[in-house]
Design a protein around this ligand. Sequence first.
Ligand SMILES: Nc1ncnc2c1ncn2[C@@H]1O[C@H](COP(=O)(O)OP(=O)(O)OP(=O)(O)O)[C@@H](O)[C@H]1O
Ligand SMILES: [Mg+2]
Length: 216
Amino acid sequence: MPYVIGCVSQKGGPGKSTLARALGAAFALNEWSVLLADLDTKQGTATAWQQRRLRAGVSPEVPVQMFGNVAGAVRKAGDADILIVDGAPHASAETVAIAKAAHLLLIPTGLSLDDLEPAVTLANTLADQHSIPLERLAFVLCKTGSSTAELVEARTYLGKTRFATLDGEIPQKPAFSRAMDAGLSVIETPYKAPREQALQVIQAAIARFETLIASA
Ligand SMILES: Nc1ncnc2c1ncn2[C@@H]1O[C@H](COP(=O)(O)OP(=O)(O)OP(=O)(O)O)[C@@H](O)[C@H]1O
Ligand SMILES: [Mg+2]
C-alpha cells in the first residue's frame, strides 16, 4: 500500500493542485515512485498540467491519473511508494474518504478570514466528526500577499487552533503561475527567490510526513 498525502479544502481555489504538483515533483526528484491522483474530475487541472509537462519534456515525469474516488486511486497506485491526492474544489463526503486514507492531509488557505474560517471549519469537522488524528492535519499558507501584518495575523489566528501550520508560505506571484503554465511545479520555477520560498513549504510538508510515518 502506498503512503498517501492529501490536499483538500472547504472552498475552491486556495492552492490544492499547486501543492499536489509540487509534492509530486519533489518526491519524483527524490526518486520515489509517485502517482498524483487527480480527483477533480470536472476541471482535471492536474491532468492538464501533466500533459503540458510531458509536451515540454520536463524531467522528472510526474505520473498523473484521474480517479472518481480515493479508494480507486489507492487500488490503482499498487506498487507506487506514494500517492498524492489532489482533491476536488469543495469539501464533500469524498474529502472525508481522502482524510481517512491520508498519512498527512494538507489544507491550503489564503490569509483573509474568508479563507481562514472555512479552512479551520474543515479541519475541525474532520477531527471532531470523523476522528481524523489532529497531527495528520496541517494548514499551508498559499497565495499570500505582500503585507507582513496580514501574514502575522493569519499565523496567530491559525496558531489558536489545535492544528499545525507549516513553516513558510507560497506567495501569489507570476513566477509560480507561469511556471505551472509551462508544466513546472512551484519548486521548479526558474526564479531563485520564489523557488526557494516554495521549496521551504514543500520541505516542511515532507518533514512532517516523514515524522508521521516514522511514528506510525
Ligand atoms: N502562489 C501562486 N501564485 C500565483 N498563482 C497561483 C499561486 N498558487 C496558485 N495559483 C493559481 O491560482 C489558481 C488556483 O490554484 P490551484 O489550482 O492550485 O487551487 P485549487 O485549490 O486546486 O483550486 P480548485 O479548487 O479549483 O481545484 C490557479 O490558476 C493557479 O495557477
Ligand atoms: Mg485544483
